[in-house]
Design a protein. Structure first.
Length: 395
């Protein structure tokens, strides 16, 4: 399986200039190929990915700056364009309202893709060599395992990163003989069948006032002024920090479950009506939505790489059903306790759901269970979890 590692890189001034120029040449190519596609479409001509790839040598005559970029990187620009087109038609099929593919404005092309060749990584000395760019210092907090397939160079604000993609043999973990059901939600981020209730991180909410302040000052700063750039940079930094904290939390929590259980059962969120999860409109819904999906995605690849099993179950009635007798007990969003009038079983609403998820995943019959108090696990506790430096995919 392909695992990605993300490392900060530190190009010197001259190299940064080269990288910026190369990115802008890529952007020019992207826009130019998109233009060719649009024009062909208007004429009723259908181009293929090979047609546009074959235009690259001719376009090098039109814009000699393309010669500053490693040839395979240019081919990957073409590849990116086509995969964006595919992504667009896929979301069209899903009924989402979307426009056409847009041209990339200055500074909006941020990634260079070195696929298979054009790079050399010296892991012992922390040096990355890129064709047509030169040597760049790379800070590797952990070594890449397996065979390196590709390197992406990415600009994020003023920082540069290398994302190293390596093909790795899965490392199976020893069996634990344990299985778990996990219910994700808004009140607690996760409640599991072992009675753990994991606090929902609110990293973004915690700095909301700070973000608003910066945004207000940004909107007042004059366009093109130094101040404006300063506030923009500040805002980027805050967002980046929130994002990193969230990823750290999700990596550690998913690692916890994969290390401790052979079989992990979760709801299939693709089919879940998110209403049941306790939404009000506008309550950072997208953030939570994305965090759950990312959590399950991390569980799935970590499980795969460790030889564990992740089972996604049909989410219908996981909240409403009684996990002890199987009866449907209707609840409102505000009902935090499951109280079954048929068998008398009473427990936390989300704990009941996690039991149902485990029962469905293991295809077990419903059996009487004991109600127990939940252990509260704080975000800080999750962040303090330490694991062997197992590789994690960049989320
Ligand atoms: Zn019952």
């Amino acid at each position: 399986m392909i695992i990605s590692y993300k490392y900060p890189i530190f190009p010197d001034e001259a190299t940064q200039q080269k990288l910026a120029e190369a990115l802008d040449a890529c952007r020019w190519l992207y826009n130019r190929l998109l233009q060719e596609l649009n024009e062909a479409k208007e004429k009723g001509i259908k181009l293929t990915t090979y047609d546009t790839q074959n235009m690259i040598p001719v376009l090098k005559l039109e814009n000699p700056k393309l010669n500053l970029v490693y040839s395979k990187v240019l081919q990957m620009v073409n590849y990116t364009l086509w995969s964006n087109i595919k992504g667009l038609s896929a979301s069209k099929k899903n009924g989402r309202k979307i426009g056409r593919l847009r041209f990339k404005g200055y500074g909006w092309y941020k990634t260079m893709y070195y696929n298979q060749s054009g790079f050399k990584l010296d892991q012992d000395h922390g040096c990355l060599h890129l064709s047509k760019i030169g040597d760049i210092k790379i800070k590797m907090h952990r070594k890449v395992q397996g065979c390196i397939k590709a390197i992406l160079i990415k600009r994020e604000g003023r920082q540069w990163f290398a994302i190293v993609q390596a093909d790795q043999e899965p490392e199976t973990l020893p069996a634990t003989g344990k299985s778990v059901g996990i219910d994700v939600g808004l009140k607690s981020f996760a409640v599991d069948t072992d009675g753990n209730s994991v606090e929902n991180p609110r990293f973004a909410e915690k700095v909301a006032t700070k973000v608003k302040n910066i945004q207000r000052r940004l909107s007042r700063a004059m366009k093109g002024s130094n101040n404006r750039e300063k506030f923009k940079e500040k805002l980027n930094k805050v967002h980046e920090r929130i994002n990193n904290q969230r990823l750290d939390f999700l990596h550690k929590l998913s690692r916890h479950y994969v290390n401790n259980y052979d079989i992990i059962c979760v709801e299939d969120l693709d089919v879940k009506g998110l209403k049941e999860k306790g939404y009000n409109k506008g309550t950072h819904r997208n953030i939570h939505d994305a965090s759950w999906s990312k959590f399950i995605f991390m569980l799935s690849y970590k499980a795969e790489s460790a030889g564990r099993k992740l089972i996604k179950v049909d989410p219908r009635n996981t909240t409403q059903r009684c996990s002890t007798c199987g009866s449907i007990v209707r609840k409102e969003l505000s009902d935090r306790i499951h109280e079954c009038p048929y068998c008398g079983f009473s427990c936390d609403r989300d704990y009941n759901a996690s039991m149902n998820i485990l029962i469905a995943g293991m295809e077990q019959p419903v059996v009487p269970i004991e109600s127990k108090p939940l252990h509260h696990i704080s975000v800080m506790q999750v962040l303090a979890m330490k694991w062997e430096a197992l590789p994690s995919r960049v989320g």
